[in-house]
Ligand binder design. Structure first.
Ligand SMILES: [Zn+2]
Length: 455
């Protein structure tokens, strides 16, 4: 552990601009000040933080020296935002606390902090997020709101008790003003057109699917902000509300007050909204009300955890929605994956292997080129070969034939085979992006290796 402490900061840090190098002395202050409970520190500074308080990470330098643990937290958060990290992990251990950032899908070991910093640091974050540290400790998930460069960022904090202490994981949600909305998601024009058609002509439920960490919430938000909000009433049901969306009414779910997803959805329906977004489908009751809502409201958006479009449909059937209801209510399924963007600075052409050629053909590229580009890493990309992330998609729109089959008593395998024929598959979108140098072919092949085929 000594070695790790001496190694300290792993990423390059601009010392003038930023205080990552100060973490060691701040950690020393945490020990010297003897303040081990973060909430006490907040009281000592005369500050009370409620759940909606904003932590101004732009001004880490303004945090009083008397609260070194707050300063450590601010530095960790500020640096993560500056780096474009998607996640921060604070992992306790007998020899100290390890802080990791996930940047473009790759986990980086950022800094090691002395063991006595861990508890106050996690408590401070919990306090900011409105998790009561004392009695009961029932809640272990909440959202922190952070102002950074004049934009509100949401950080979803989850903690899990381990034998070494509380493990804290934070997922950063960048606002659409930073991510650039729907255009910047990297959505191909035919996929965007299929969604537009559903939105403008058919309506119904637009389901966003993808594995964990695929950016479903960001996409749901971008889809809502793409609506003509000036003359439409848009309501969201969320658990919890993450980012504030201008022009959108956002209702948090609160089961303790009797407002669970189905109840909140029914209330939203009574308001005669033009579009309703339900951030999750946690159970059968929500799934049923969601489909009912999609018959009543012009547009309904929601998200499920599923790897492909057929699986997303099956997920709703498994939750007890009838095939008839699904056929009537479902408009389209959008599946999303986040992929690393290869660095253009160090991209080099190399020959396509026979297996890659076969994969490209299989993905709908009739005549694969003899070479593809690969990025080995350079100074510009910190030797990772990666300069960002983009999304790849699959879209399934429910046309009349598919609706008829789904609502009939045809075998589900027949429905799934027809759905597979209708969709623009993830493989195809990935292959196009490989040829455009926007996705690495090895990552694309690995990411689709275990996807099922329905025909
Ligand atoms: Zn590079």
């Amino acid at each position: 552990m000594r070695r790790r402490r001496e190694r300290g900061v792993i990423l390059d840090v601009d010392a003038d601009d930023f205080g990552m190098g100060e973490l060691a002395s701040l950690a020393q202050s945490v020990r010297d000040s003897g303040i081990l409970v973060a909430s006490d520190e907040l009281d000592a500074n005369g500050e009370t933080h409620t759940r909606r308080d904003r932590l101004n990470a732009d001004r880490a330098g303004d945090v009083p020296e008397a609260a070194p643990v707050a300063r450590i937290a601010h530095v960790i958060l500020q640096r993560a935002l500056q780096e474009g990290a998607s996640d921060i992990h604070i992992r306790p251990g007998a020899g100290g606390t390890a802080v990791y950032y996930r940047i473009y899908g790759i986990l980086h070991d950022i800094v090691a902090l002395p063991v006595y910093v861990h508890e106050p640091l996690v408590r401070y974050l919990q306090t900011l997020a409105g998790i009561s540290v004392g009695a009961g400790r029932q809640r272990h998930r909440a959202v922190l709101h952070i102002n950074y460069r004049d934009a509100e960022h949401a950080v979803r904090l989850s903690t899990v008790r381990t034998t070494a202490g509380e493990y804290a994981a934070m997922r950063i949600l960048y606002p659409p003003s930073v991510t650039g909305g729907l255009d910047a998601l990297g959505m191909s024009t035919d996929i965007a057109a299929a969604l537009d058609l559903t939105r403008d002509e058919r309506g119904g439920l637009i389901l966003v699917a993808g594995p964990a960490g695929s950016g479903r919430t960001t996409t749901l938000y971008a889809l809502l902000l793409d609506l003509p909000l000036a003359d439409q009433s848009v309501i969201t049901i969320e658990d919890p509300v993450e980012l504030t969306l201008p022009g959108v009414a956002q209702a948090p779910v609160d089961p303790q007050e009797g407002r669970d997803f189905p109840t909140a959805l029914k209330q939203a329906l009574e308001l005669d909204a033009d579009a309703i977004m339900c951030s999750d489908v946690p159970d059968a009751a929500t799934a049923r009300v969601l489909l009912e809502a999609s018959l009543a409201a012009p547009l309904v958006y929601s998200a499920v955890h599923a790897d492909d479009a057929v699986h997303a449909m099956r997920r709703l059937l498994d939750l007890g929605v009838s095939r008839f209801m699904l056929a009537e209510g479902l408009g389209a399924v959008l599946v999303q994956r986040l992929m690393r963007v290869p660095c253009a600075e160090c991209a080099q052409e190399r020959e396509v292997t026979p297996a890659e050629r076969e994969w490209l053909r299989d993905a709908g590229i009739a005549e694969p080129p003899p070479t593809v580009s690969t990025s080995q890493g350079c100074e510009a990309c910190r030797k990772t070969g990666v300069t960002g992330r983009t999304a790849a998609h699959e879209v399934l729109t429910i046309d009349a034939e598919l609706r008829r089959l789904l609502g009939s008593d045809a075998a589900i395998s027949e429905v799934e085979a027809t759905a597979a024929e209708r969709l623009i598959p993830l493989r195809h979108d990935l292959a196009r992006k490989v040829l455009a140098g926007r996705v690495d072919i090895v990552e694309a092949m690995c990411g689709t290796a275990f996807l099922p085929r329905y025909k």
